[in-house]
Design a protein around this ligand. Structure first.
Ligand SMILES: [Mn+2]
Length: 377
């Protein structure tokens, strides 16, 4: 099979139309189908999605949903964000024509990473997902993080200048999203990435309960990938058993804790971070936005809300100001959990409003000024 045909056939196996990544059989099925019909504007969702896949090569921004939540903290629900956010934005916002919603990664909800699975389980899930006798399927991964990575590898091959925005899911999805952005922009194209990370938590554990890749460890792996040289900058930290004095040298990161940010303007903080990143040679930006970095007054529908967080204006302004200095080449928005916080007046609509704003920031800024700083391709 020619490479282009193989890439297309792979995407058709490992992805689903936008809003369709959560596996449903009866409960939720009618709702899911109605959303997909609303998105693709026709009775034939598959044809609408196929037409979207056809546009991949020309996209400035590619949106990919990963509706996977295996439990960041103690309450789940982030698997519902990709569908809920698209539902929330229906009729509110029309993306520019160079923004492509590629769809959702097809998620088996009990799985996370193929390296946690034995060969028998991989074979069994391959048969379930792709069929018993599918030659291409026999070469494909089965878990959400690996399927996300595989899809992004194809996206970067077909649309090498596109900015990819991954919509989680729990924060574990930032690992394949950042890893593939790093492989493409830094290893292949000679850029130097900086990683701007909003979060109440550090996500810097080397492992958690023996699990290497999960919501609590992705940032440690990302920092290590960059050489633990301070290019990971964490903003809004306020819930950690350890101090900044522990984490910064231990993980090779820079942290701006909530307590240090209280009286500071976004412009002032942006200047500090820009100088810090520029001193490390950074010429391109990845933004990982965990919605729990934001104050629960604006985003309570998340698994581990922490009081005393960032104002959405501050988050948005910081992203805009840093994107002026370093072209925004990729990002993710994670931990939006629409089933949660229903007891709070105005939720989860308020969290979805905040998330839609953050998503719009990434989509509007992504892939602009992309050739600045390119040394080789
Ligand atoms: Mn996080």
């Amino acid at each position: 099979m020619p490479d282009a045909a193989r890439d297309r056939a792979t995407l058709e196996r490992i992805l689903r139309p936008a809003g369709g990544g959560v596996y449903v059989v009866s409960t939720g099925l009618a709702e899911q189908q109605a959303l997909m019909r609303a998105i693709y504007g026709a009775e034939d969702v598959q044809a609408g999605w196929a037409a979207a896949l056809d546009r991949l090569a020309g996209a400035r921004v590619v949106l990919l949903g990963v509706p996977s939540d295996v439990g960041a903290g103690f309450t789940r629900g982030a698997n519902r964000a990709p569908a809920a956010l698209r539902q929330h934005m229906l009729g509110h916002r029309v993306w520019q024509p160079d923004v492509l919603d590629l769809g959702d990664v097809r998620v088996v909800p009990q799985l996370l990473s193929d390296d946690m699975l034995g060969e028998a389980q991989i074979q069994a899930t391959r048969a379930a997902l792709y069929g018993e006798d599918d030659a291409l399927g026999a070469t494909l991964p089965v878990s959400p993080l690996d399927l996300c990575a595989r899809a992004l590898r194809i996206v970067y091959r077909v649309a090498p200048d596109a900015a990819v925005v991954v919509l989680g899911g729990d924060h574990s999805v930032a690992w394949p999203a950042f890893k593939e952005a790093y492989r493409h922009f830094e290893e292949r194209r000679g850029r130097t990435l900086g990683l701007l990370h909003f979060d109440a938590h550090t996500d810097l554990l080397p492992e958690r309960l023996g699990v290497k890749y999960c919501f609590a460890t992705w940032a440690r792996h990302a920092a290590r990938l960059m050489g633990s040289d301070g290019r990971l900058v964490q903003v809004g930290i306020r819930a950690s058993g350890r101090t900044r004095g522990h984490w910064e040298p231990a993980a090779g990161v820079r942290q701006l804790w909530m307590a240090e940010l209280a009286e500071r303007s976004a412009a002032d903080v942006a200047d500090e971070i820009a100088a810090h990143l520029a001193a490390r040679g950074v010429d391109a930006l990845y933004v990982s936005n965990d919605i729990d970095g934001t104050d629960p007054a604006f985003a309570a529908a998340t698994g581990t809300p922490e009081p005393g967080g960032l104002h959405p204006d501050f988050v948005s302004d910081l992203v805009h100001l840093l994107a002026l200095r370093f072209p925004l080449v990729a990002g993710d928005l994670v931990e939006v959990a629409p089933p949660l916080a229903h007891e709070v007046d105005g939720e989860p609509a308020r969290t979805l409003d905040t998330a839609a704003r953050y998503l719009a920031d990434l989509v509007d800024l992504g892939g602009r000024g992309k050739n600045a700083g390119v040394r080789s391709t």
